[in-house]
Design a protein. Structure first.
Ligand code: GRG
Length: 303
């Protein structure tokens, strides 16, 4: 019991350390407001700094620990993945997509600034992500960086996150099967979470085919669990606060795990996925403890 409490405290400390460190890393890798055009840089900083759970950077660092990755590469990888994530949120919130007014407790970029600025903030963050990831570190790391660039580009593009978003937009008002819903989330949210894990691993010493397969076997269930829990939180938050039985996606006529499976089956699915994630890490032993703890966090989170 005591050992478990100590482990939890150590995990919380580690998590807060990574989250606080990310603030400084992003600050360093985002263009300064003193650079022209100041307003665009201000808007990029407004949306990327001081907010979010930083789940993807946490995954980068947790996977990096397994492969003795150097801090410099991990920081670049974590910042790049978070910049892609933030860009996707800025675009997703725009009137042509989800049309949301609030994100991370603040007015969305198109509300706080304007729509053209929101478009450019997303575009510029995406470009900045690749600039940061390809930044000059040391010649000995060039091959790792090239692999990481390729992984991130694939995760962000039309066969990854953008493709998932396209399927999501096309699914409004449609009845999706569970397999189709899974395929959509595997691309929309899963591709970037998988990339975070693999970028962390690739930052370190050589990753074997077997190790990569194990990390992929971990990334699949945690990605789906992330989405299942998101749907559960969405549904239960709305039912508590608005007296509805379904959340925003369902209200927007989008299929969700809760709308297809119901609440208790969705909760059971999240538990099953958490167990699958733990099982996938068996070969790494205690070295993968942060990844185990992040799987638990993803399923147990309340926001
Ligand atoms: C616009 C190209 C493009 C893609 C958008 C990921 C995505 C694709 C849209 C986000 C929409 C959304 C709310 C999806 C649900 C799951 C999700 C990715 C939630 C937000 O991620 P968190 O919870 O957010 O990690 P924070 O703010 O903590 O970083």
């Amino acid at each position: 019991m005591n050992a478990r409490i100590e482990a939890d405290a150590a995990f919380t400390d580690w998590m807060q350390h990574v989250q606080a460190g990310m603030e400084g890393t992003l600050d360093a890798y985002l263009p300064a407001v003193t650079e022209i055009p100041a307003r665009l840089h201000q808007a990029m900083r407004y949306t990327a700094l001081d907010g979010g759970k930083r789940v993807r950077p946490l995954l980068v660092y947790a996977a990096g620990e397994l492969f003795e990755a150097p801090e410099e590469l991990l920081g670049r990888a974590a910042a790049a993945v978070e910049m892609i994530h933030v860009y996707s949120l800025v675009h997703d919130d725009m009137p042509c997509m989800d049309d949301d007014a609030l994100r991370r407790g603040k007015p969305t970029v198109h509300v706080r600034y304007d729509e053209p600025t929101a478009l450019l903030v997303g575009d510029a963050l995406q470009a900045q992500a690749f600039a940061v990831l390809s930044g000059n570190v040391e010649e000995q790391y060039a091959a790792r960086q090239l692999k990481m660039l390729h992984l991130l580009a694939q995760a962000a593009g039309s066969t990854g996150m953008c493709g998932g978003q396209a399927i999501d937009l096309a699914s409004v008002g449609m009845t999706l099967s569970l397999a189709e819903l899974e395929q959509m989330h595997r691309l929309k949210t899963g591709a970037l979470l998988r990339a975070a894990i693999l970028l962390g691993a690739c930052s370190g010493k050589h990753l074997t085919v077997v190790e990569q397969a194990a990390l992929e076997a971990y990334s699949c269930p945690i990605s789906l669990a992330f989405q299942v829990v998101d749907d559960i939180l969405d549904a239960t938050a709305d039912s508590a606060t608005l007296g509805k039985t379904a959340g925003k996606d369902a209200a927007d006529n989008k299929p969700t795990y809760v709308s297809i499976l119901g609440l208790s089956e969705s909760q059971a699915l999240a538990e099953k996925l958490r167990n699958d994630a733990h099982k996938a890490l068996e070969q790494f032993g205690n070295k993968a403890r942060r990844l185990h703890e992040l799987a638990d966090l993803i399923v147990q989170r309340k926001a």
